[in-house]
Design a binder for this molecule. Structure first.
Ligand code: ADE
Length: 260
């Protein structure tokens, strides 16, 4: 980063639900709103710590659940400019069901890779392979995932992210299904090596960003165990999580200068 010139960084932040992004909009200055049918994108200048030579713009949206909604919102967000600055990084943040019994509520998952567990174009392509990409797995971008793990671990060890648990790496499986069956998790775990969590948007956002050439980062917090109790624990967790979900985004934004 040049020291004598003001640098701008424009971060897109996407979640499936407003609860997963928290108070983001309240932390933006010069707020503007763009509407695409029922999708709203809010853009503004981040009101966090002041950096000498860096201004952070944020554009934020919630997509709704599922891969189609997530892909549509990611596409719109990637196309958003604020004060003529295009998106530099797209972060998707939200909750996930644990697919590994060592993961507990409030643990964080930064995926090493994402798989669409409901993609099945056999016999033309092997199970899970996304035909357009000719791969079954989208690997995360190390620069951003390693950075987020380092920043969040440090914040947790300094007691800054109270309530949050351990940070794990592993494969996240995405599909248009809210999973409430241990049997299905066991089947997916047999087929997807290193599976640690399931959710309904991440691989779609990763695919769109990858195809559009925009850096991306997915971050998930465990809300439930994707078993028979998932619907109840998910709803209860979401109420608590919505009060502090912004802390995660804020922690990352306050260290964004280290990846520019
Ligand atoms: N997101 C959070 N919990 C989930 C679950 N059990 N299945 C799919 N997506 C989820």
């Amino acid at each position: 980063m040049e020291s004598d010139k003001k640098t701008c960084f424009h971060c897109g932040i996407l979640g499936a639900m407003p609860e997963e992004i928290g108070a983001t909009i309240d932390n933006l200055n010069d707020l503007s709103e763009t509407n695409y049918g029922d999708l709203k994108i809010f853009s503004g200048e981040w009101l966090g710590d002041e950096f000498d030579n860096l201004t952070i713009y944020i554009s934020v949206a919630w997509s709704g659940w599922g891969k189609v909604s997530a892909a549509r919102a990611a596409t719109r967000l990637i196309g958003t400019s604020f004060k003529k600055k295009k998106i530099d990084l797209l972060i998707f943040t939200g909750v996930a069901g644990a697919a590994n019994s060592s993961l507990k509520q409030w643990d964080l998952v930064v995926p090493s890779a994402l798989v669409q567990h409901d993609m099945d174009a056999r016999p033309l392509f092997p199970k899970f392979v996304v035909p357009t990409l000719r791969t079954d797995k989208l690997n995360s971008i190390e620069k951003y995932s390693d950075w987020s793990v380092a920043i969040l671990s440090e914040a947790i060890s300094r007691g800054k992210l109270q309530k949050f648990g351990q940070i794990s790496r592993g494969v996240i499986a995405t599909g248009d299904r809210f999973i409430t069956e241990k049997g299905l998790i066991n089947m997916l775990s047999d087929e997807i090596i290193d599976l640690c969590a399931v959710e309904m948007e991440g691989a779609a956002v990763a695919q769109v960003s990858h195809q559009e050439g925009i850096p991306w980062l997915i971050l998930r917090v465990i809300s439930d165990s994707a078993d028979e109790s998932a619907a109840q624990t998910f709803s209860e967790f979401l109420q608590e999580y919505s009060k502090i979900s912004w802390n995660l985004v804020e922690t990352l934004m306050s260290e964004i200068k280290s990846i520019i």
